[in-house]
Write a protein that binds this ligand. Sequence first.
Ligand code: ZN
Length: 164
Amino acid sequence: MADLCSSPSKADATCWQCGAPADTGCAYRMRLFAEPSRRLDSRGYLVKRGSHQDIVTIAIPRCRTCRSRGRISLTIIFIVTLAAGVAAPFVQSKFWPQFDTPPGAALFQYGVGPPATGVGLLLGFVVSLLGCALYRQYLGARSLATYPPVRMLRREGWHGTRGG
Ligand SMILES: [Zn+2]
C-alpha cells in the first residue's frame, strides 16, 4: 500500500536528469534572480526578498550518479580550460611563430598572459563545455536548465545571473 503522507510527489522522487530514483540529499539547488521592484510571482517557490535582489531557489531532484557526474563535468571543464590556457602560447610559438611573443615574456612584462592564453582559455572552456553537454546527451540525461519549474520561472522574468 502506498504511503501517501510521507512519500514525496512522484516528480520529486525521480531524478530529473536520468529518471532513476532521486536521492533527497543530491538535489541540485538552482537559484534564479529578479529585481525586487518587479515583484515577480515565484509560483509558490520559496523567495528570499532582498533590497537589491529577489532570489528564488528551486530544488531539482537528482540521483547520486547524476550529482557526481555533474561534479566530474565541472572538474573536467576547469582542468581542460586551464590546460588549454597554459598550452596555447607554446602551440602558437611552435606553429605560428610570426605572431609570437615568447611564452612567459609577456606574462612578466605586462602582468598579463600573451593573447594566445586568452584564446586558449576560451577555446578550452567552450570545447570542454560542449564535450560534457554532448556526453550528457549521449547518456540520455536531461539538462538542469530544462526542468519545467525553471523554464516557467524564466518565462515569468526570473534570470540565472545576479544583477542586470
Ligand atoms: Zn540521475
